[in-house]
Design a protein around this ligand. Structure first.
Ligand code: NAP
Ligand code: HSE
Length: 428
């Protein structure tokens, strides 16, 4: 049997998952490839720490990248460190030395995926990154090699387990945002600093990668309009439920004749839609192709073994390419992206506001909306005291710019204490 030597850059959740998966599934992998995958070296910062975690004796731990880049026996480098700059430099050096790379690093790929793919092609090596989007869900390769006979019209994902866990918990148990976040951290879904998760940045990186592949368009993280879940309250969750919706953090990429829109924001979605039923820390990606119609992939978007499943499958693909002499041959086509202006993107909106409990208030508010040509679908007055009332308005599909302008004008009205939230309704 042949043997391929690989190196891991990083031995945290995912790196250790790769080591464990290869130990667990080695025989079925070797049988398919007629090749043994040998993890020769692992790069970490703190060698002492990792000497204690019971790694297989044949793995050499190092804190020097030169030990890996200068080792000609290593043919595939698996980058599972995270962050962008150091990882990018390492990957570029690997390509230049003729080493193939597998990466799980969405931060890096969302910003530098296209230049790195071009560099890998220039050096005739493979660059694969299945685990960079939705962990164990096989969506990256599916996007470019199974949906490729379609024009992709829409990609909608629940692609951050932490926020889905928080919103599901708030919905199912009635707990507050703060308590649900604390629980997500205790369970290890959210980082100690959960900013990237709750602010929507993590999901934004993933949708940028999928839109690049699905729409054949060069988009990056900076092209995504991002709103997080920090402002979602138990009141919003309850009102959504009463109206037949659940609230999810959706990453949405649409390709219309007049351009591409890329958004991450909390959304009302109808109960009964497959995405509404994705609970806990699970992820799902819903894709609409012009011929295949609607397809949804569902599974674990994070965690050691689910993510390692995607990483090792990439390593196996590289080896399959070695075996049939097509390494480094993949060519992608990208067009310059035409992005739709954010203010023109339309959706129905839910608006929750706290107002004075006085005559004429509803007419002042509806006047502002009417001036912006926004049509009210429903209006409900909720909790009230002698002085204040909460009102919930659903408006028909309206341009984001007009809704934002209306919110500013309503907040300037003496009778409006605050517009507490404005959430888009996604009708798919
Ligand atoms: P992690 O647990 O924080 O592990 C990172 C590993 O990389 C550690 O072993 C760390 O070593 C090492 N490392 C970091 N910077 C280094 C440097 N400059 N030099 C040498 N070693 C370095 O991270 P992770 O959760 O496994 O995530 C790894 C990557 O996979 C990230 O890009 C992440 O976005 C992606 N990903 C993760 C998941 C998941 O479920 N965790 C899912 C999908 C994708 P030290 O401990 O010595 O610093
Ligand atoms: N922090 C991410 C999540 C996992 O909560 O989904 C890695 O992508």
């Amino acid at each position: 049997m042949k043997q391929v030597s690989i190196a891991l850059l990083g031995c945290g959740t995912v790196g250790k998952g790769v080591i464990d998966l290869l130990a667990m599934n080695g025989p079925i992998i070797e049988e398919q490839l007629d090749t043994k995958i040998h993890i020769k070296r692992v790069l970490v910062r703190d060698v002492q720490k990792y000497a204690q975690i019971g790694l297989p004796a044949e793995i050499e731990l190092t804190d020097k990248f030169s030990d890996i880049i200068d080792d000609d026996e290593i043919e595939i480098v698996v980058e599972v460190m995270g962050s962008a700059d150091f990882a990018k430099g390492c990957i570029e050096q690997c390509f230049k030395k003729g080493k193939n790379v597998v990466s799980a690093n969405k931060d890096l790929i969302a910003d530098y995926g296209i230049p790195l793919l071009k560099l890998s092609k220039q050096h005739n090596v493979d660059f694969q990154f299945e685990a960079s989007v939705a962990g164990g869900i096989p969506i990256v390769r599916t996007m470019y090699s199974s949906f490729n006979s379609n024009t992709i019209e829409e990609i909608i994902g629940i692609m951050n387990g932490t926020t889905n866990y928080i919103l599901s918990n708030m919905t199912e148990t009635g707990m507050s945002y703060e308590k649900a976040l604390k629980e997500a951290q205790e369970k290890g879904y959210a980082e100690a600093d959960p900013t990237n998760d709750v602010s929507g940045y993590d999901a934004a990186r993933k949708i940028a990668i999928l839109a690049t592949l699905g729409f054949h368009s060069a988009v990056t993280f900076n092209d995504v309009h991002v709103e997080g879940i920090e402002s979602i309250s138990q009141e919003d969750i309850q009102h959504a439920r009463e109206m037949g919706y659940v609230i999810k953090l959706l990453a949405i990429a649409r390709q219309d004749k007049d351009g591409i829109s890329l958004n991450v924001h909390p959304s009302f979605i109808r109960k009964g839609h497959p995405l509404a039923n994705v609970g806990g820390a699970y992820n799902a990606v819903y894709v609409r192709g012009n011929c295949v119609g609607d397809v949804m992939l569902y599974g674990q978007g994070a965690g050691a073994l689910p993510t390692a499943s995607a990483v090792v499958s990439d390593v196996m693909n590289v080896i399959l390419h070695f075996n049939i002499n097509i390494t480094g041959q993949r060519d992608f086509v990208w067009h310059k992206a035409v992005l739709k202006p954010q203010q023109d993107i339309c959706a129905p909106y839910y608006l929750r506001m706290v107002v004075a409990n006085a005559p004429g208030v509803l007419s002042s508010i509806s006047h502002v909306l009417a001036e912006n040509n926004i049509s009210i679908r429903s209006l409900i007055q909720k909790d009230e005291t002698a002085e204040i009332a909460e009102i919930v308005i659903l408006v028909d599909s309206s341009a984001s710019g007009l809704v934002q302008d209306s919110i500013k004008k309503m907040e300037a009205l003496p009778c409006v204490r605050k517009v507490a939230n404005a959430i888009r309704v996604i009708e798919v």
